[in-house]
Each structure stands twice: as C-alpha cells, then as structure tokens.
Design a protein. Structure first.
Lengths: 571, 226
C-alpha cells in the first residue's frame, strides 16, 4: 500500500469516526420520540445515504397505547406503520407528494422494510432494477415511486430493541454512488440500534406520563360546582410533552351558609408518585373542609397528615374560604405563590400581605390566616407556579405578567382562564398548571334573614311564624307551606338536643335555602320511621319534599339544611 | 323609681352584676378596634338620628347610652346642633369616642346606674347597647331611661331580632352576653315601660366580617308617655 493510499485510508477512517460521533450526538439529543428519529435521519443524510425514510409502528405514537413493540413470533401483527421522518438531499419538493411524512401505510410482506422487520436483519438491494422498481412502485399508495427509486441502492434496517420490533428505516443511494457495502450496513445498523434504544425509552416515558396524566385527571374535578354568590372556572394542563405530569390540584368545596372553600395546591416533583400524593392531599382537604375548620387549621391538619404519611414529598397549598354574605375571604397559605384579587375596575392586586407559611410536610410552622375584603364582582385568582414561572425569569416578573393579563374588566372567569392559558401557558412551560378563578358575586343582605333562638318547646312554632313572615316579604308565599313545615321539623329536632341557642337562616338566591344550626355535634341520619317513631319523621319529610338537603358539621355543632326551587314567577 | 337594678339588691347580686359588667366592658375594650370596620353602612341608625333631629329643637340635650366609638350617632347629633352626653361601660370605646366627637361630654357608666346622669334629656338613644342586658334587667333599664327623659321626650333604640336571653356568643372574637326580642315582644316591652312606638323598621344586615353573622336589626323610634 502506498503512503498516499494509507493516508487516504486514515482520512476516511477519521471522517467515519467524526461522522459516527456527530451522529451519536444528534440521535441522543432528545427524549422525544420524533426528535430522536429525526436525529437519525439527519445523521445518515448525506454521509451514508441520499434519502432516508423512518417508519414506526403507528400504535407507538398513539397516546392511548404507548410503549408496545412487536415481540418475536408476532410479526403478523406488524401492520400500520407511520412514516415519521423523511430526510433527503434532493430538491425539497421531490419526495414530498410521493412519500409524505406522517402517512400511515400497510407494508406488504414482500416489501424490503417488512422483510427486514420480520427477519430482524438488514436487507440490501444493491441496485433497484426497472422490474423491481415497477414492482415496488405498484403497491405504493401515493404518487409514482418508480422514477424516484429506479437505479438506486436500497438498505432496509429494522428498528428493534430488546427483541421487540418498533419500525424500520429505508435508506437509498443515488445511482451515481456505490451501492451499500458491509461497512455501511454495520454503521447504519449501529446508529439505528442507538436510535431504537432512545425510541424505546421515550415510549416507556410516554407511557408513564400517560398513566400519571390519567391518574391526575381522574382525581381532579371535571366541572366547577354551581354555587350561589360565586362563579367558578378552572383549568388543569400538564406540562409540555417531554416533561411529566405534576401534582397540581384545585378544588371548590361548598360549605354551610353559602360559603365556599377555594383550594389550589402543588405537590413538588413529577410523575405518578406526585399525582398519587396529590390524591391523598386533595381527599384530606375535602374531609377537613367538611368539618368546616378554619383555613389555618385545615393546613395544620394537612401538614400533620403529610408527616404521618412518612413521605419526603412537600406540597404548597392555598386554602381560602369566601363568605358571600360577609363579602370577605379568609385565606391561609402553605408556601404557595400568593393569590391575586382582581377588582371590578380591572385592577389586579397581588395579595402579598398574606404570610407565605411553610410548605405542607415541613411541620412545626404556624399558618396565619388573613381576612381580605371582597367587593361584589371581585375575582379571586389562584394558580400554581407553572403559570408564572419561566426559564431565565424570576417569579416576581412572572407574577407581574399574571397581574397584567388579569387586567381585563368585564371578562367572565371562564374567558379569563382562556386568556391566561393562551398568553402565559406558552410552549416552553415545563411544569403543569392548575388555575382557579372565582367571581365573588356576594349575596345581598336583603336576601338573608337570620335569627338566634333559645331552644324552647315553643321554638318550632316561632320558626313557622318567622318563615311565613319572611317568605311573604320576599314574595315567595307560594312555597311557604312546605318551607314552614320542613323548617319546623328541623327546629323540632334541633331543640331536642341543643343546649345553646339554635340558628335559623333563610336565604334567597336562585333557590330558597333554609338552614337550622345547633350545638349538638351528632349529624342526623335518615332512617325509616315506624308508626310509633316520632323522631325519625322530620328528616323523612325533608328528604321527600325538599329539592336537596344535607347536614354539615360546623365549628360549634352542626347545620342541617334544605333547598327548594323558587316558585315560577317568584322573584 | 330607685336606682337599683335588682329587686333584691343584696350584696351578692350586686357583686355578681359588677363582675358580669366588667366582663362585658372588657370584651368591648377588645372589640373596639374592629367594631366600625365590621359594621359599616349604618343607614338604619342614621335614619333614627334624622328622625330625632327633625323633632328636636336646636341645642337639645341628648343622652347616648352605649355610645361605642361615637360614630355615627354622637357625631351626627352634635353636627345637628344637639348637646350630647355619651355613656358607655367600655373605657376604650369612650376614649375612641372622645377622639371622634370631642364636643360631647362623657361618662363611664353602666346602664343600671343611669340615675346618676344629669337629666332631664330631650332625647335618649340606645343603639345596640340594651341587647347586652338580660331580660330580667330590661324593664329596669327602660324605666331608668324613662326617668331621665323630659316629659314627651324621644327615645330611639336599636336591637337585633332574636329570641335569646343573656346567652354568650362569640362577637368579633370576644365572648359577650346578648339578649334579643322578636319585634312584637320588643314593642310590648316598650309599651310596658310607658313608651309609645311612633315608627319602626327592620333591616337585614350582614356585617363585613366573618367573625359576626348576619342579623335583622330592629329600629324603634318612641316617645315617653306620662
């Protein structure tokens, strides 16, 4: 071998190694399935081939059934393949109509790609002669393939990992270049193996993300509750595709007295585990809310629970109780970003005076509630940091951008959710986002009547009188008979056990609400009344005649309530 | 009418009463800072002031029983040309009232000691103050108010409609004892104390705080009968 020939050989080897190195970097640059195969395509053209089409099993790409390749012996199941990536160095339009990206096709068993996948061996056609070109083109679904492939050299590489076939790559060389040789086959196989490994991981990753996503969605409310005195809209969005689902959650929980607890939380970390812990915490918050505990105590109990779960997961949480009668919110914070109160004139006020508190799971730090006045039609905005955190920016500027976008007077909570999602939840957001917006409408005091009544045998009679008088004032005498009856039944039950004054409250919103509260903590249960049973009758009547009824604990006892539809035409 | 609040004015009762009123006063001392904020929009109370001012001569002497912070009533009456004497059991409230209406005169006094005020007055106002008395003391208190009024004098009062007698409630975070009447009972009590009720209103009211519940406020404008 001459010196020149040796030099040429060394140069070729060096070029080959540089190519391999660059190709490896391109292929390994991403965790996203499509980006990985595009990396493979970009790597092989033009050094190894003039054209490459990479096909993956279509079901790998479906959101529902991720991560399943074809095992040995099941090759018959290879059916729909999606041409994910096409790379070539011809003029851009040359292949576009005949082999479009994204097309799903059934590969014939005799096709080179299908044969490579079935045998799990690379397959070389050194030159595609006119007959073969015609044969291959005859089963091709789009355009005329024949002039594109005639005279070219073809290499079909199976994409398989761990014994499972995921797809194939078809490489072509122009007639002027030498056919694919053994070194080319080895090189292409090596790169394909790397890419396949990446695709396989991406599929598993997608699978876990899909599971966590499904778990997350199953644990979040789908539709906001309809409540008097407050309109609620909410959104949840997972992070972008390469990131996994997080542990964000939100809730709107009705409380006695037409109050509502508004909750947004964020379990730190991502994946199934965070989603599961979110489920724990959300359930716990619901349970604690049902006890009508003040916000700071809800967070205190939640913190205790998180520590008992013996988990190193932390969570941040805002718990706010809106009282539409007092027109006031009592808010406690466990390390969460502050809420925003948007006033009716569109001015957005970051509630920065709310003590930040420590995240749930830290323990030993007191949560300090703050009472915030809410004028009618103010908006309370709770969100997670995914909405305000952007790479390379501090959280303050994110919060400022949030406030800026909230300055849109007259927009409904739902419309505002859309605006925020559109403007702030941009593609490069990695974290998931939970957003809850409540329009605090208030309930006019003229629509409420409330009394404190000493428990006496005569109290039920007094209750009837008060109900009749009030409904007459409200122009609702049409439903006075039933309301009187049911209210006096509840009062009868309350008087039996109460040691302190009972409360009677009537409220007129889009329905008529009647609440009777007392200091006896036992919640009543509905049971069939027998002929001689006096005590059980009241609730049976209530459950039969009221549109809805219920019993809730309060901080100093319980409240039993029922709701009736307003009579048609009643204002 | 003697000054004593009790039929059996023995020393035990008096000691118990003093202790009770000290507790009530201390509660209002604590509540003072939050009171006006939690109870804005006192249109009903202001309307009573207007009712009085429309009937009183300039320079009329008015006694404000349980003046609280002096707002809005003592302020309104002073501005309307009345000479106002403010009475309250809470020294902190009185201090606040002094700041709001320095033109008034002030006495730290329990309502059962009203015989010590320098009557007679052309009018007495008692807005949400008599609700701190037990029912058994109410006739006495109304009698004392009757006594300090000049013949034909006017009396405006506000109560919360309820059917309770001297029960402890949590009020803006403090424990206070309260009493309430249904409106017809209150009317009867006033008639029994020789007042004629000339006008009355009932106003549903929601305090601007979650530390106090909604209520129905009763306002009655009366005249002393002889």
């Amino acid at each position: 071998m001459t010196q020149r020939a040796r030099d040429a050989g060394a140069r070729a080897l060096r070029e080959h190694l540089v190519f391999l190195n660059d190709a490896t970097i391109k292929i390994g640059a991403s965790l996203d399935l499509e980006e990985i195969v595009r990396g493979l395509g970009d790597a092989v053209v033009p050094f190894l081939a003039d054209f490459v089409a990479i096909h993956l099993l279509d079901r790998l790409l479906s959101e529902d059934l991720p991560g399943v390749g074809i095992r040995p012996g099941q090759e018959a199941a290879i059916s729909a393949l999606r041409r994910v990536v096409v790379v070539h160095d011809d003029e851009p339009a040359r292949w576009r109509d005949t082999v479009p990206e994204g097309e799903v096709q059934d590969m014939r068993p005799a096709s080179p790609g299908r044969r490579a996948m079935t045998s799990r061996q690379p397959l070389v056609l050194p030159r595609i002669g006119p007959d073969m070109a015609r044969a291959l083109a005859s089963t091709h679904p789009t355009g005329d393939l024949e002039p594109l492939i005639r005279g070219r050299s073809l290499l079909a590489i199976p994409l398989s990992a761990g014994g499972r076939v995921l797809g194939c790559a078809i490489l072509l060389r122009k007639p002027g270049r030498p056919p694919f040789d053994d070194i080319d086959v080895l090189t292409a196989s090596q790169l394909a193996a790397q890419a396949t490994q990446g695709v396989s991981s991406a599929c598993l990753y997608r699978g876990e993300a899909a599971t966590a996503n499904a778990l997350q969605h199953s644990m979040l409310p789908t539709r906001p509750p309809r409540l008097a005195g407050v309109d609620i809209a909410h959104r949840y969005l997972p992070g972008n595709k390469t990131a996994q689902v997080g542990g964000d959650w939100f809730d709107a929980i009705p409380l006695p007295g037409s109050r509502v607890a508004l909750v947004v939380g964020d379990v730190m970390g991502h994946g199934i585990r965070s989603a599961a812990i979110m489920g724990h915490l959300r359930t716990a918050v619901q349970t604690l809310a049902a006890l009508d505990l003040p916000p700071e105590q809800v967070l205190r109990h939640l913190d205790d629970l998180a520590q008992r779960l013996d988990d190193d997961h932390l969570a941040t949480c805002i718990y706010a109780v809106y009282d539409p009668v007092a027109r006031s919110c009592v808010i406690a914070n466990a390390g969460h970003i502050p809420p925003v109160l948007v006033h009716a004139d569109g001015q957005a006020e970051l509630l920065a005076q709310l003590p930040t508190g420590a995240p749930i799971g830290v323990g030993g730090v007191a949560f300090e509630p703050v009472e915030v006045k809410a004028a009618d039609d103010d908006l309370l905005v709770l969100c997670t940091d995914g909405l305000v955190e952007m790479r390379g920016q501090d959280i303050e500027s994110g919060l400022a951008a949030l406030c800026e976008n909230l300055a849109a007077p007259g927009v409904t909570p739902d419309g505002l959710c859309d605006i925020l999602m559109r403007t702030l939840h941009t593609r490069d957001r990695e974290d998931d986002v939970a957003l809850l917006i409540a329009r605090l409408r208030g309930i006019p005091s003229a629509d409420i009547a409330q009394w404190l009544l000493d428990p006496r045998p005569t109290t039920p009679r007094l209750v009837r009188r008060l109900v009749r008088r009030t409904l007459a004032e409200w122009g609702l005498s049409d439903c006075a008979d039933v309301t009187e009856l049911l209210a006096s039944e509840l009062a009868t039950n309350a008087v039996r056990h109460a040691s302190r004054p009972i409360g009677l409250r009537l409220m007129r919103t889009d329905s008529l609400l009647c609440e009777v509260s007392d200091d006896y903590h036992h919640l009543p249960t509905l049971r069939p009344a027998t002929d001689t049973d006096e005590a059980g009758r009241g609730l049976n009547l209530v459950s039969r005649l009221a549109r809805r009824w219920g019993a809730n604990r309060t901080s100093d006892g319980k409240v039993v309530w029922f709701e009736q539809a307003l009579p048609p035409g009643g204002e | 009418m003697t000054g004593e609040a009790f039929d059996r004015a023995d020393s035990d009762d008096l000691a118990a009463w003093s202790g009770r009123e000290a507790g009530q006063a201390a509660a209002y001392d604590r509540i003072c800072d939050r009171y006006d904020e939690a109870f804005p929009h006192k249109e009903g109370q202001l309307a009573c002031g207007e009712w009085l001012l429309g009937r009183l001569p300039s320079g009329a002497r008015v006694l404000d029983v349980g003046c609280g912070t002096g707002l809005p009533t003592a302020r309104q009456l002073i501005s309307g040309g009345c000479a106002v004497t403010c009475v309250d059991i809470s020294p902190v409230m009185l201090e606040r009232a002094r700041g709001h209406v320095p033109e008034a005169s002030f006495m730290e006094l329990d309502v059962t000691d009203l015989h010590r005020v320098p009557g007679p007055y052309d009018a007495v106002v008692a807005f949400f103050s008599l609700l701190n008395l037990p029912r058994k003391v109410m006739p006495r208190a109304l009698g004392l108010i009757h006594d300090v009024l000049a013949p034909g004098g006017l009396f405006s009062l506000a109560m919360v409609e309820a059917d309770v007698d001297d029960v402890p409630i949590s009020f803006l975070g403090s424990r206070v004892l309260v009493t309430g009447y249904m409106r017809d009972e209150l009317r009867s009590a006033l008639c029994g104390a020789r007042f004629s009720v000339e006008s009355e209103t009932a106003i549903p009211y929601a305090p601007a705080s979650t530390a106090a519940g909604p209520e129905i406020q009763l306002f009655m404008n009366c005249r002393r009968l002889e």
